[in-house]
Every structure is written in structure tokens, then in C-alpha cells.
Design a protein around this ligand. Structure first.
Ligand code: SF4
Length: 430
């Protein structure tokens, strides 16, 4: 789904972290926040995501998740028909019936998200109120929450942010006597979570919990004794909700590559006052494995010129990884939003001459990209095909969100994701 919107023109004078930042507002190409359901429904194993939307929303989800649909997917769409849009039907009554049928059929569901869409927002369907009412009706077996996955003015990763932010108010309060705890915030594949847990244990940091949890019955407690590390940079709403509960964010780069993972772990180690020698012992082997894995890709990627279009909000950490660990030459690093607070530690690590841009005026950015003729363009699905047709090599940024890329053990796989399209282009000899 491409949502195109017009705004004010470029602002070339903006500065972030002492660096020039090109801010653009114009037509932009994005996927909507419903897309987050694709990875969220695989993570929270007893949750169901009920999109309250149109047939377009259902089609988007089916094509985006096409390869991943199995016998009983944990998401579906309650389709708003035309007569509903015209206000001719009792939408709340219909929604109640859909939920009743669903919960009868699927007694394994413990957490139900009502996911708002453009159509549900247009008809001003109050899904929060509906969720409160349904939660009361199905308590204590099923909790019902609501959030918006609407495509207006969002990026596709904001769906995860809205989902996690909706969970924060129902997280248990940590007891007054609680010891300090660490919360890792942002969806990570289970295998990556397990690796991080082993590293934190080796560092002597515990208890460590994850948001979202694998099961809704394992919601982590939060409060003033909770420090949290972001595993993803696109969780602004969740951060604000956690801070409101008294939790404190630990500033750190994101755990991509050997450098990012070490710095991310070091932020927690510093907050826990871990001895540098212990830190070295706990991280040395993993770091070396990551560096060895990356060596294999350096020849293939060093000196390649990469252009990032704004899409996933992961662009700045990915660019830092490519530049510092694989000697990639960054042409432009575009990101939909430049969250100064979360990205400052990343920007500090970027090479000094990188062009950073925030927002999008797609035509102007395409012009810059065509003029630069980069070796690889990282962009959304909507731009990839036309750019490939023009002879440019592309990487879908959404793939980088679906794939396990965080941590030492995934550093080589992350490099592979960038090397693949370049190899393919070389094999095709075009
Ligand atoms: S939520 Fe909006 S942008 Fe997303 S698929 Fe539905 S109508 Fe399209």
C-alpha cells in the first residue's frame, strides 16, 4: 500500500547531533502499520490480531504475509462493508459477534488485539471502548486491547510501536521491594532472545525480561526499578509509555554487528556496574565470532556505494554497521523520522561526511539517487521494482525487519542480506 501525502518543502539547514540533516516533506512511499502484525503474531504465541478494516486491508495482509500463512493464522480481518461505512449498521454489535465467533473457535487465544485501520478511523469506530467492554466480558480468560495500524502518516514499523504501547498500561507493577531489572524492548526472534539472555547471565545482569513476551501470560512487571534497552529504534510511543510507568531507558547504539552488539551490552553493563574484565570475558568469544563472520563479506561489500531510502526506521543503525564493519561507502541515509534521543549514540559512530535525510520528497530523492548511481539501494517494495528496471540493484528494507539480524551470531547473516542482491546482479551480468 502506498500512501502519498503532500507537505512543505525541503529544509536543508537542519542540524542533528551537530551534523547537517536534510529534512524533506513531500510525497512519500510507505507501507502501513498493519504490516507489523506479520512479525508480532509469530512472537506472541497466544495472541490474535483482529484487523477492523476493509477488503483492501485484508488483501494487503494476505499478500504481505502470503508466504507465512499456515493452517491457523493468528490474524484476520473483520471487514467493514459499505453499509457500515455509510453508518447503516450497528458496527459495535457486529464486532461483538465476530469476536464471539472467533473466541468460540479459538480457545487458545488469551490476548486479542483489535487493530484499527483507515476505514475504522474514518467512521470513528471507538475500538478502545470496544476493547474495554470486550475485556470485561471475557475476563479472566481473554484480555482485549486496541491499537491503530492505520496507514495515514505512518511507517510500517510504527504498527509494532502502537501494539507495544497498548500493552504497557496492562503490564504488572513491580513490587515495592523489587530488585533492579532489565527489560529488552522490541520484537526479537526467540533464538536471538535466548542468545542475549545467555550473554546477560554471563555478565551477571538479571532478571532480564522481554517486551513483547512469548506468551501474554508472561507480561513483564515494570516500575522505577526497571531499566530498559531498546532492541529497535522505532518505539517512541512505547518508550514514552514505559517512562510514564517510572522505567528508565539506557541510551545505546542498536545491537547490529559486532560493534553495535558490544556497545548495546556495554550500556547495560555500565548501568549495572559490571567489572570491565568480566565484560571482556563474557563478550570476547561472541565478538570474535561476529568479526570472523564479517571478514568473509568485507571483500564483497567494501567500497560499495549504498543509498538508503526512508522506510523501516532501521536505516541509521544499518548504515553505521555497513560503514564501520564492512567499509561500505554511504551515499545518503534517509530515515522517516530522526529520533534524536534514540539515534544520537548511532550518529556519534557514523563517518563524519555521511548525508543524513529525514522524511521524504520521493521525486527529489529519486533524482539524487539516479544521479549518484549507487551500487545498492535499500528501499521499500514500491520503489524497488522501478529502480531495478532502471538497472539499479535494490534490497527490500522490510526483509531486514523480518529477519533475525541482531546480536553477534547474526552479524554474518546481516552482511549476507546486503551481499546477496549485489551477487545476484553480478551473476546476471547486468
Ligand atoms: S490500514 Fe489503511 S493503508 Fe493500511 S491497508 Fe488498510 S486502508 Fe490501506
Amino acid at each position: 500500500m502506498n500512501c502519498l501525502t503532500a507537505h512543505s518543502p525541503s529544509d536543508k539547514g537542519a542540524v542533528r547531533n551537530g551534523r547537517p540533516l536534510l529534512r524533506e516533506r513531500g510525497q512519500h512511499e510507505v507501507f502501513c502499520g498493519l504490516t507489523g502484525i506479520i512479525w508480532l503474531h509469530r512472537k506472541i504465541q497466544d495472541a490474535f490480531f483482529l484487523i477492523v478494516g476493509s477488503r483492501t486491508c485484508a488483501h494487503l495482509m494476505q499478500s504481505a504475509a502470503g508466504v507465512m500463512i499456515f493452517a491457523e493464522p493468528r490474524f484476520g480481518t473483520a471487514v467493514i462493508e459499505e453499509r457500515d461505512l455509510a453508518g447503516l449498521a450497528d458496527m459495535h454489535g457486529e464486532l461483538n459477534r465476530v469476536v464471539e465467533n472467533l473466541l468460540d473457535r479459538r480457545p487458545d487465544i488469551r490476548l486479542l488485539f483489535l487493530v484499527g485501520s483507515c476505514p475504522s478511523e474514518v467512521i470513528k469506530l471507538d475500538l478502545e471502548r470496544a476493547a474495554e467492554h470486550l475485556s470485561r466480558a471475557y475476563a479472566p480468560d481473554v484480555r482485549v486491547l486496541a491499537y491503530s495500524g492505520s496507514g495515514i502518516e505512518t511507517t510500517f514499523t510504527q504498527g509494532e510501536d502502537a501494539c507495544l504501547a497498548s500493552l504497557v498500561p496492562v503490564l504488572p507493577q513491580e513490587p515495592d521491594t523489587a530488585d533492579r531489572s532489565l527489560l529488552v524492548v522490541g520484537t526479537l526472534p526467540d533464538v536471538v532472545e535466548d542468545q542475549f539472555l545467555r550473554l546477560f547471565t554471563a555478565l551477571g545482569i538479571e532478571p532480564v525480561r522481554f517486551l513483547p513476551p512469548r506468551r501474554s501470560t508472561d507480561l513483564p512487571a515494570v516500575g522505577p526499578q526497571t531499566s530498559f534497552l531498546l532492541a529497535q529504534p522505532f518505539l517512541d510511543g512505547t518508550v514514552r509509555a514505559l517512562e510514564k510507568r517510572g522505567a528508565q531507558r539506557l541510551a545505546a547504539p542498536f545491537p547490529l554487528g559486532a560493534e553495535g552488539t558490544t556497545a548495546w551490552l556495554a550500556a547495560a553493563a555500565a548501568a549495572w556496574g559490571i567489572d570491565p574484565e568480566r565484560f571482556q570475558q563474557a563478550t570476547e568469544l561472541g565478538k570474535k565470532r561476529a568479526e570472523r563472520a564479517l571478514e568473509r563479506y568485507r571483500d564483497r561489500l567494501a567500497g560499495k556505494r549504498v543509498f538508503f531510502f526512508p522506510d523501516s526506521q532501521l536505516e541509521v543503525p544499518l548504515a553505521r554497521f555497513l560503514a564501520n564493519e564492512l567499509s561500505v561507502d554511504l551515499v545518503e541515509v534517509g530515515t522517516p523520522y530522526f529520533h534524536q534521543d534514540y539515534l544520537a549514540p548511532e550518529v556519534d559512530l557514523l563517518p563524519p561526511d555521511v548525508t543524513l535525510s529525514e522524511g521524504q520528497h520521493v521525486d527529489k530523492q529519486l533524482e539524487r539517487c539516479r544521479a549518484a548511481r549507487p551500487d545498492l539501494v535499500v528501499c521499500g517494495l514500491g520503489l524497488a521494482n522501478p529502480l531495478e528496471a532502471e538497472g539499479l540493484t535494490t534490497k527490500w528494507s522490510i526483509e531486514l525487519v523480518f529477519s533475525p539480524i541482531q546480536g553477534y551470531e547474526q552479524a554474518g547473516d546481516l552482511a549476507e542480506l546486503f551481499a546477496q542482491p549485489l551477487d545476484r546482479r553480478q551473476r546476471l551480468g547486468v
